[in-house]
Design a protein around this ligand. Structure first.
Ligand code: PLP
Length: 422
């Protein structure tokens, strides 16, 4: 049975009725499935069972403490990109030796904290960063384990805002500069070269980009070996796409094809492997539940105005992302559909959740869900228009828990401070 499914025409997350949840939770809210998170993690691990590997969950996809704890208990490691994420990972129980630190702009405080904790490695993205890490490590009498993130200049054929492996993207060290920077890393006093790293983008479904990028990096790893620089781990990054539409290839098929590409290259390497999936684990483990406030037909179309907005889920606005929309109460199959824009209350024309979508007729008070909202949803939310962050609920079988409570407006206001001259 699918995780989010209908029983007697009403939507369930595992064994919990969404309508019932919505009667105890103010809408909008995120609802996640424990089973889906575990399943996606286990599926990914199973696909690479024949390779020595660590799966470092890219926690920027969804970094709620409960989700992190769930994945840490499954045995996952973490890919962190800030001091905040590092602290969250440690508090959730990820062992430091399974934490990798990515990002183009690591601060001195971040580097120090990570060195103190003895994380697995820094994914280094530039020569100045490498020198900075070396200097800090030296001052602490530590040796910093590093992997260089190489930008292979390949086109992952994804949305421009989530492409990270082209030479025009800010990420990584250009492949053509890799050899001298590896040499420098090997020569710097407080650096231990341990790996090679890539992350070429997100929501990648054209897997040939991986094939091409990994091929280039395997050649580099072999050259490094000839020069006496041993690579202990190869980090493939994240980015594997998931299904947002019924017509997308399902994520199991993509995973199988991806695993084939990885295994083809891995035989030439013979080292430890690291993966950093985020979206694959989280996206289809969550939905956004929202309620219809008004239905407003205008001349050429109809607006369905709901209580969730771009500040709760910015993906449609930011990436032109598609989220499937469904009614919590399943419509009669024979009911006529209409074309609608599903929009939120925020005062921006860009505040929409779906455009030109075929939907069965809805009325005020109806509950709708946006599917595939578990990744890059809650984590990217803001309080724009003074809308408090919405709550997050985690379901496990027939039990559920509010894993983040929506703060009150009073709490939101109290974050500000008025100077005494006013
Ligand atoms: C965002 C990110 C990931 C995860 O990407 P997904 O598309 O969510 O799998 C992995 N590694 C790095 C360095 C990232 O920045």
């Amino acid at each position: 049975m699918s995780i989010f499914h209908y029983q007697n025409n009403t939507l369930f997350a595992e064994d919990v009725s969404i309508a019932q949840l919505a009667s105890t939770q103010p809408t909008p809210f995120y609802c996640y499935s424990s089973r889906a998170f575990s399943q996606h993690y286990q599926q990914f691990k199973a696909a690479f069972a024949s390779l020595p590997n660590t799966l470092c969950y890219a926690m920027k996809a969804n970094s709620n403490q409960a989700i992190l704890k769930l994945l840490a208990q499954q045995g996952a490691g973490a890919d962190v990109v800030s001091l905040g994420e590092l602290q969250r990972a440690i508090e959730a129980g990820f062992p430091a030796e399974k934490i990798v630190f990515s990002g183009v702009a690591k601060s001195a405080a971040e580097i120090k904290a990570a060195l103190k904790l003895n994380i697995h490695c820094f994914n280094v993205e530039s020569e100045p960063e490498l020198r900075h890490i070396s200097a800090i490590a030296q001052s602490m009498n530590k040796i910093a384990p590093v992997s260089l993130r190489i930008n292979p200049d390949v086109d992952p054929a994804t949305h421009a805002k989530i492409s990270t492996g082209k030479s025009s993207d800010k990420f990584g060290i250009p492949l053509k500069n890799a050899l001298p920077i590896y040499q420098l890393a090997a020569d710097l006093p407080a650096i231990e070269v341990c790996g090679i790293d890539m992350h070429i983008g997100s929501q990648i479904t054209k897997l040939s980009a991986y094939d091409e990028a990994i091929g280039l990096l395997v050649t580099l790893a072999n050259t490094l070996k000839e020069q006496g620089i041993a690579i202990k781990h190869f980090n493939f990054g994240g980015g594997l796409g998931v299904a947002y539409k019924d017509s997308d290839s399902d994520q199991q098929t993509l995973l199988a094809q991806y695993a084939e590409i990885i295994k083809k290259h891995a035989c030439a390497l013979n080292c430890h492997y690291i993966f950093e999936p985020g979206r694959f684990i989280a996206a289809n483990a969550g939905i956004l539940v929202t309620q219809v406030r008004y239905v407003k037909p205008v001349e050429e179309k109809c607006f369905v105005i709901v209580d969730a907005a771009m500040n709760d889920l910015i993906r449609p606005t930011l990436y032109e992302a598609y989220h499937q929309i469904a009614s919590v109460e399943q419509a009669n199959e024979k009911s006529e559909t209409q074309i609608v824009d599903v929009v939120g209350p925020v005062c921006e024309t860009g505040d929409y959740l779906a455009l030109n979508r075929k939907l069965a007729p809805v009325s005020e008070g109806d509950l709708l869900v946006l599917h595939s909202a578990g990744a890059y949803g809650a984590v990217q939310s803001s309080t724009y228009n003074s809308r408090p962050l919405i709550s997050e609920v985690l379901v496990d079988g027939d039990r559920w828990h509010t894993i983040r409570q929506s703060p009150s407006i009073e709490q939101l206001i109290n974050l500000d401070s008025i100077p005494n001259w006013l």
